[in-house]
Design a protein around this ligand. Structure first.
Ligand code: SF4
Length: 461
């Protein structure tokens, strides 16, 4: 019997890339490649790149340099190792990667992963292969489904891409250029994938997409379904205890989705809703297509439907033309919403985006100072949010062992991490946890008396 060859997939960037990396590994398994955690003993290394952050391409070229050393070491051992570059940098740089990096054997764009087995076969024959076209066929359905053991290894909480691409064209963002126009997978294809995950032990599914609440896939009758309707369908999949989705655009938060928050117990009371700025002037320059008032009214409507909804967000400070007054508007909005947390960044230009050519770029030291002040406020609000749970009991999905012996780690409905002592047999259970202590990023607790026995009995512990 021939030994399976080994593939190492290294993910950069967001959860969508992590999902894509899993699906690439799933697709290469029937082609004879088993996954390995070590690039040094891989026959194929795939760098699944992201170009959201500054100098993304430079970082990819230095990573290729590291892989080139491993490739030379493998050759010295009489072994052939191939290097593939995938993801958004591959999509954006294309042929340039093959020109600059002689060690790279193939370049695959973000819509073409299903063609990898064929591309690898060509690369093995000495061809340097590139495929960054936006294909007509459906990548998701052409990718091999994950094997049961693969799913089990990845844990009880899984991500499923339901939508890709973006038509919003925020002036700072590269996504519409690298991931293309919005496309949505059909409802029943997603339901089948979620059912397969649930049958292998997954209990929580997070639906992901660059603009996930713009979802508009076909249902079984060929009608267009919204994300709210998709969530209702997935809540009926046996074994699925929790549903989440990310990342949303305020413009696409429609009544059906808000009603789903009010009515679906499986849909967790947590929404990541990027606002980027609290200043109408900056929001217009960013082409965000919503105002500060639109955003605040939306938060109020959603809280009316589900009063305990926790919100997190994304912020960019130092956008071209931003003044101290604009920053004050952002800080005021932050306090008015009372976010449970947020990601925040100092603006840096992305080549090819309209904002990169705007006048009045903010000096980096000013942007950095604003970022520090914004982050201090975010941390204060996050502390306030977490502090309200001291002494309360929360439902926690136990996900994995913790770092200490006997410790488990789980998530609250509001996506906070909880650490507690409990037997590993109950990983995958929903348990009640009494919160005893609050850390900066983690809650600590003990199994609540009422659920201890039932959880242990269910697990046969
Ligand atoms: S909505 Fe999000 S993904 Fe789309 S262009 Fe704006 S920031 Fe980029």
């Amino acid at each position: 019997m021939t030994q399976p060859r080994k593939v190492h997939v290294k993910s950069f960037g967001c959860q969508m890339n992590v999902y894509d990396s899993h699906r690439m590994a799933d697709t290469l398994l029937p082609a004879g490649f088993a996954e390995t955690a070590s690039p040094a003993d891989a026959d194929l290394v795939i760098l699944n790149t992201c170009n959201i952050r500054e100098k993304a391409a430079d970082k990819v070229y230095s990573e290729i340099g590291r892989m080139r050393e491993l490739k030379h070491a493998a050759a010295a051992d009489g072994r052939k190792m191939m290097i593939a570059v995938a993801g958004c940098v591959a999509q954006a740089e294309g042929q340039e990667i093959l020109r600059r990096a002689g060690a790279v054997d193939l370049v695959v764009g973000s819509q073409n992963y299903h063609r990898l087995p064929d591309m690898i076969a060509r690369a093995e024959n000495g061809e340097r292969v590139i495929d960054t076209e936006f294909p007509v066929e459906d990548k998701f359905e052409a990718l091999a489904p994950p094997a049961r053991e693969q799913i089990a290894k990845r844990g009880v909480s899984a991500f499923v891409t339901v939508q890709e691409g973006c038509d919003k064209f925020c002036t700072f963002c590269v996504v519409p250029y690298t991931r293309g126009a919005e496309i949505s997978r059909p409802v029943e294809h997603i339901a089948a994938e979620v059912a397969r995950l649930a049958a292998a032990g997954v209990r929580e599914v997070t639906l992901i997409g660059q603009n996930v609440n713009g979802y508009h896939g076909n249902d079984a009758e060929g009608r267009t379904a919204t994300l709210g309707l998709l969530l209702r369908r997935l809540a009926r999949v046996p074994g699925i205890l929790r549903l989440r989705y990310t990342t949303s655009h305020p413009r696409d938060m429609n009544d059906e989705l808000i009603a789903a928050h009010a009515e679906l117990p499986e849909l967790m009371p947590y929404v990541h809703l990027p606002v980027q700025s609290g200043s109408d002037r900056i929001l217009a320059a960013m082409n965000r297509k919503h105002t500060r008032t639109d955003y605040l009214e939306l938060i109020a409507r959603m809280r009316a439907a589900r009063p305990d909804l926790a919100f997190t967000s994304d912020f960019i400070v130092g956008f071209p033309g931003e003044t101290e007054d604009d920053l004050q508007d952002t800080l005021a909005l932050l306090r008015e919403v009372g976010f449970a947390g947020a990601f925040s960044f100092a603006y840096s230009p992305r080549p090819g985006t309209p904002a990169a050519d705007m006048d009045s770029q903010v000096p980096p030291e000013v942007a950095t100072d604003r970022l520090h002040r914004l982050q201090a406020e975010i941390l204060r609000l996050q502390g306030n949010f977490n502090a309200q749970f001291q002494g309360r009991t929360l439902e926690v999905l136990l996900e994995k062992p913790g770092r200490l012996p006997g410790q488990l780690v789980g998530k609250t409905p509001y996506l906070q991490t909880v650490q507690l002592m409990a037997p590993p047999a109950i990983i995958g259970s929903l348990v009640k946890v009494a919160i005893t202590d609050i850390g900066s990023n983690t809650l600590f607790g003990v199994l609540a008396e009422s659920t201890t026995m039932s959880a242990l009995e269910t697990a046969g512990a």
